[in-house]
Design a protein around this ligand. Structure first.
Ligand code: APR
Length: 237
């Protein structure tokens, strides 16, 4: 029987690639104020500060390398697809480590740090360099309107319809490396339960919504994810 898996990933899957998480003790929101750095109001109030924050995270993301957890999910996607099944990979992450590990279909519900967006004309070019208030839009030439193409608090996440459709078709829901603190992503486990889909969380510490999962495996993603992929591909899960 062809398998359809829904996998939701969060910052924890990229932690072992050297990219900081948000809510761990040393996370970004433990050190910086998300209201100043991750809201449209914060960007309007101090674009120089916000560009500096995301420029540093973009440089880190470009320098980072996929870890065995990313690679295992790419193997899972390839194998499931070859058997006529599907991996729907929904990530809250804004790095491109899933793609660089070989995943072909990645749904970035919080946008992509390695894209920019022009607020004047809406163009969303791939962007690996620093952004500033002087950056001119490559399409319309407007200066001062280029922002990271990421979803900030108070903004609508992307691809919500495709995500809901994929959830309804899945036969297993797995959340990897996410604290379950931010909706709508944190509510997907409840939706999966409502569809009668088995739910599993792989994380380092119990997530905020841990009680919603039928089972949780604590550990480092670089160890727990390859083991999970072996179980799925051998029919043990
Ligand atoms: N292996 C597995 N899990 C890990 C690892 C690791 N090596 N290191 C940390 N984790 C887990 C933590 O236990 C925690 O549950 O990853 C999770 C990180 O949680 P957050 O920092 O809250 O990241 P995330 O859940 O992705 O945040 C969701 O919040 O700020 C917004 O848009 C931002 O996408 C982000 C969203």
């Amino acid at each position: 029987m062809a398998r359809t898996l829904f996998v939701l990933t969060g910052a924890g899957i990229s932690a072992e690639s050297g990219l900081g998480t948000f809510r761990d003790t040393d996370g970004a929101w433990a050190r910086f104020d998300p209201m100043r750095l991750a809201t449209p109001e914060g960007f309007a109030a101090d674009p120089v500060l916000v560009h500096a924050f995301y420029n540093q995270r973009r440089r880190d993301a470009v320098r980072a390398a996929p870890n065995p957890a990313h690679t295992a999910l790419a193997r899972l996607e390839t194998e499931l697809t070859s058997r006529g099944g599907r991996l729907f990979l929904c990530t809250q992450n804004i790095d491109d480590l899933h793609e660089r590990a070989g995943c072909r279909a990645v749904t970035h519900m919080h946008g992509e740090l390695l894209r920019a967006r022009c607020v004047a004309c809406g163009t969303e070019p791939v962007w690996h360099d620093d952004l500033s208030v002087e950056t001119a839009c490559p399409a319309c030439g407007q200066r001062g309107g280029m922002r990271p193409d990421v979803v900030w608090f108070g903004e609508m996440p992307k691809h919500l319809e495709a995500i809901d459709e994929a959830l309804a078709e899945a036969d297993l829901f797995v959340a990897i490396g996410t604290s379950g603190a931010v909706y709508p992503a944190a509510g997907y486990v409840a939706q999966a339960r409502a569809y009668g889909i088995p739910t599993l969380a792989l994380t380092l510490e119990a997530a905020d919504n841990a009680g919603m999962f039928e089972s949780t495996r604590l550990g480092r993603a670089s160890e727990t994810v390859p083991a999970l992929v072996d179980e799925v591909l051998s029919g043990r899960l």
